[in-house]
Design a protein around this ligand. Sequence first.
Ligand code: HEM
Length: 430
Amino acid sequence: MTTRTTDARIPDDIAAAAVLPLSYTDEENITYPAFKWLRENNPFGSAHVEGFDPIWLATTHKDIIEIERKPQIFTSGRDEPFVNDTASSAFFTLMRGDARTLDTLAYMDAPEHTKIKNVTSDWFLPASVRKREDEIRALAKDSVERLLAIDGTVDIVKDFTLKYPLRVIMSLFGVPPEDEPLMLALTQELFGTTDPEVQREEVALEPDVAARMFREAIADFFGYFSRLSADRRLNPRDDLSSLIANAKVDGEYLPESFVNGYYIAIATAGHDTTSSTMSGALSAFARFPDQLDLVRSNMALVPSVVEEAVRYVSPVKHFRRIVSEDTQFHDRDLKEGDSVMLLYPSANRDAEVFENPDAFDITRRPNRHLAFGFGPHMCIGQHVAKLEMRILLEELLPKVKKFELEDHGKYVAANFLSGLKTQQMKITKA
Ligand code: HEM
């Protein structure tokens, strides 16, 4: 790196706050203050955190959009699209050899990425996903009924928000309800491997062991979905599994690893994110009760609640890009192979774009958040996510007068996908 990189160096405590998985267990006191400092003092700086390779941190709304608009320079296909510690990165490199860890969209660049994304892009359009509204509403009604049947304190995550998005995704795939607990456990392991409370082994793990467990979780997913797609080629139905299993690109079925990669991406990206957003939204209603009263008096505001919840929670904490050629950005000299961490929660609290960014304000308009990313990799499932969250809130909010927090809640220790993992609440019915 050049001399200017030294000027770019971020103070150690701020760098650790943005990069370390543990920081994300206390966003209010650790990550958000660090992001604010970065946006104001060093919006595109270089983080040097012990145990991690150096990494550029993109923290403003404007910069993240600019980077996502240049996917040829800021690539997704050269390495893992998430920030891992150095030991885990070395382990991934060793494990995958010349192949990539997963044949799925987040690991691809154009033209391959475009071809594979096109397989399902029509299916995920708003008009298409709306056809599933009745199916999804039945699941929402059932979830709300079960929640409101509980007497006394509830754990809003375990008793409510964790189960519903999984049931939605599994019903879109056509997976039977009895397999949902398995999918839930595997997904939590995949995205929570840095969190000791959701690991396979009840001991503190070395990073390379965490990486091995990630591989094991992927292998378990593969076994399950290979059986599912074999069945859907023989007996196609009107579900997403049949679409993926029977899709042809350049006249050929997708290779097995691509079919499995698709399932894994959707099964995992599709439910933890939505679950975190919903539990975050209900906890925000407890802290900003006027916002609950407002939406209850005007249910037409529900779609704005959904947008604000996604901005406010930003359950995807980052994606990583790898620089494909020596380039300049923000008057910094970037070298081929450098990593860039796109910090979406930081962009979503950028005061240049959002007035009073730390407030949960359901009347915020426009709400140009980047929680679903931007550019060619922008979330393919965003309309499913918005639909299922809107329906859940439409079913729940008329029946609830008040949410009250009964404890501080606990968050997943992960720098990629984090959110509440437990939150005790008292619910006063309407
Ligand atoms: C609140 C819920 C969700 C949030 C906040 C979210 C966020 C994101 C973000 C930030 C990205 C990366 C965008 C980028 O690189 O610019 C992404 C990609 C993706 N998401 Fe979501 N997501 C959500 C729900 C879903 C759902 C419900 C599905 C599937 C049904 C899904 C499937 C995917 C897939 C397959 C990708 C990879 C797209 C690509 O690389 O081209 N997500 N999501």
